[in-house]
Design a protein around this ligand. Structure first.
Ligand code: GLY
Ligand code: MN
Ligand code: MN
Length: 352
């Protein structure tokens, strides 16, 4: 119920007659409705879910804390009708999710108040039910990594590895990958987001896998780099620097720090070893229903970390023409530090 208390506080603070939620993830988060189309209308004393005939049964089964309104015509028309029935005048909407045409139409009938990131802020703190699902998504990712280490051989393409990894996650209960799986081998490892290609993995390549599972709507997100055959001394040195920086961040990040302070823990280790300019992305991000949520762990983030936030810790070093290494774990912020959610091995592993 805490999430509805927060929504009610928002309605009160903004002096709204009603709040419309149209974005997929926020709609699902508040109502549990998993369908692909619909909207929530929340007033100070009622919660409505509008959707169409396709979801008539499903919506009522899933969104038990909402009154279902079957949309007879277009969704927008139904929202306007419902708002008029409730007598709403001052109406809040998700500023970053509503398109211009929808805005224009609603603006003809109501006084609109744009809210930005308010439901996302409520989503930052995961409850125990969400944590259970996230832990399962992480377990699937961990077990799939162990499996893929027994599968990868020189001569395979990156795409073959991706297909096996995603199939294995599905076998373990995932509904699918949480994002486009990254398999970046050899020189392609220098691409931080090198999604699997038809490049053949060769002996001596460092291979970076970045992948995750969706389990009942919740994501995991893990990265490991490993050698296929012995890697060069330079790549081994890079690996050890990334590992040291990642372990330090895992050991030191705690509630009360800003995203910027957290980011600096890893970044300082990498910079002190001369690779500062090769770590061009942020240390991590929150995740949950989406693989990238707020707050981020970056030099730009002044958001204070709080218990219940689920974050990734993913430093990396990328050297053009040579390759790259990234190590990423998922963790939940606790009162005392971090509780790790992914546990895959991370001493440098070489497939012989
Ligand atoms: N795969 C995207 C990320 O790790 O953030
Ligand atoms: Mn990742
Ligand atoms: Mn990530």
């Amino acid at each position: 119920m805490i999430k509805f208390d927060k929504v009610q506080a928002l309605i009160e603070r903004e002096n709204l007659d009603a709040l419309i939620i149209m974005s997929d993830h926020n709609r699902r988060y508040l109502s549990r409705f998993t369908g692909s189309s619909g909207a929530l209308v929340i007033t100070s004393n009622q919660r409505y879910l509008l959707s169409d005939f396709r979801y008539n049964v499903q919506a009522q089964q899933e969104a038990t804390e909402f009154e279902f309104v079957l949309q007879e015509k277009g969704l927008l028309e139904s929202i306007v009708n419902l708002l008029n029935e409730t007598g709403a005048k001052r109406v809040g909407f998700e500023g970053e999710h509503v398109n211009y045409n929808t805005y224009k139409l609603l603006n003809d009938s109501f006084e609109l108040i744009a809210l930005t990131g308010e439901i996302e802020e409520i989503r930052m703190i995961k409850n125990s039910e969400e944590l259970k699902l996230i832990k399962e998504a992480c377990r699937i990712a961990d077990q799939s990594y162990e499996h893929i280490l027994t599968f990868v051989q020189p001569g395979m393409t990156e795409l073959e590895v991706k297909n096996e990894l995603e199939a294995h996650m599905t076998k373990l209960g995932a509904s699918g990958p949480s994002f486009d799986t990254i398999v970046a081998s050899g020189y392609r490892g220098a691409l931080p987001h090198g999604v699997a290609s038809d490049k053949v993995i060769e002996s001596g390549d460092m291979v970076t896998l970045d992948f995750g599972a969706y389990y009942k709507g919740y994501a995991s997100d893990i990265t490991r780099s490993f050698g296929v055959g012995a890697v060069s001394p330079e790549m081994e040195n890079i690996y050890n620097i990334v590992l040291e920086s990642q372990l330090k961040a895992l050991a030191e990040i705690k509630a009360g720090m800003t995203g910027k302070e957290a980011d600096s823990i890893s970044r300082d280790v990498i910079s002190a070893n001369g690779y500062g300019k090769n770590f061009g992305h942020s240390l991590g991000h929150s995740f949950g229903l989406e693989v990238h949520e707020q707050p981020g762990l970056s030099q730009k983030s002044n958001t204070v970390l709080k218990p219940g936030m689920c974050i990734t810790i993913e430093p990396g070093i990328y050297v053009d023409g040579l390759g790259g290494v990234r190590i990423e774990d998922d963790a939940v912020v606790t009162e005392n530090g971090l509780e790790k959610l992914t546990h895959s091995r991370k001493e440098l592993f070489i497939i012989e």
